[in-house]
Design a protein around this ligand. Structure first.
Ligand SMILES: O=c1ccn([C@@H]2O[C@H](COP(=O)(O)O)[C@@H](O)[C@H]2O)c(=O)[nH]1
Length: 224
């Protein structure tokens, strides 16, 4: 079994991202770069991180009209990311065009409901139903649009797996037992998410904000 942990290198400073990635490279299976890093460092930054030799997950959460998202996808194909995110709430046509524009070896996954949102937040933005309902609805739509999988919290990944047997499930919002949730509202442990069928475990601050990121990554890996 390959290591499912993708560490989230959430920093705008390239040297810090490189240092973090090198400090944990033996204990993670991939490196996730998000908006903070990409806006500050662009393609050059991604190329530098790629030199470490681990798969790159570009978590750009694209969300716009289909034409714009497809063009953005074409513009990042040269980086050959292993995984790219789009917001599933962008709709079926947007997801279809995103997948059609992506490179053959890139998995395109749809963000269903951010792990920083709970039932109360859903109601305030006008979504009906529970987080489970929303994740299932957007998992079905993502599958119909031809995506490879979804992003959801560990609370829903088991149910999503049942409705999409061969889907690819990316799970952030992970916290070791007694870990600080911070801005995350739907959290589970990495082990629970793995047991419920997560394909990728996205872990940021529990590793990157630890006093010793290498030993934090090692001890999380040991729980899997
Ligand atoms: O629903 C989502 C989608 C993406 N993320 C990203 O995952 C990491 C989580 O970082 P932590 O420090 O482990 O909380 C971060 O890069 C988010 O942008 C998410 O948390 N939830």
């Amino acid at each position: 079994m390959s290591n499912p942990i993708f560490v989230a290198l959430d920093t705008p400073i390239l040297d810090n991202a490189l240092e973090l990635a090198k400090s944990v490279e033996g204990h993670v299976g991939g490196l996730k770069l998000g908006l903070e890093f990409f806006c500050a460092n662009g393609h050059h930054g991604v190329h530098e991180i790629q030199k470490i030799g681990l798969p790159i997950f570009l978590d750009l959460k694209l969300h716009d009209i289909p034409n714009t998202v497809a063009k953005a996808m074409q513009a990042i194909n040269v980086l050959e990311p292993a995984i790219v995110t789009v917001h599933a709430s962008g709709g079926r046509a947007m997801m279809e065009d995103a997948k059609a524009a992506a490179g053959i070896n890139t998995k395109v996954v749809g963000v269903t409901l951010l792990t920083s949102l709970d039932q109360r937040d859903m109601t305030s933005i006008g979504y009906n139903g529970s987080p489970h309902d929303q994740v299932e609805r957007l998992a079905n739509l993502s599958a119909e649009a031809g995506l490879d999988g979804i992003v959801c919290s560990g609370n829903e990944v088991g149910a999503a797996h049942k409705v999409w047997k061969d889907g690819y499930f990316v799970v952030p919002g992970l916290r070791p037992a007694n870990g600080k949730a911070g801005d995350q509202k739907r959290t589970v442990t990495p082990r629970a998410a793995r047991d419920d069928g997560a394909s990728v475990l996205v872990i940021g601050r529990p590793i990157t904000a630890a006093e010793n990121p290498n030993s934090a990554a090692r001890s999380i890996e040991a729980t899997l």
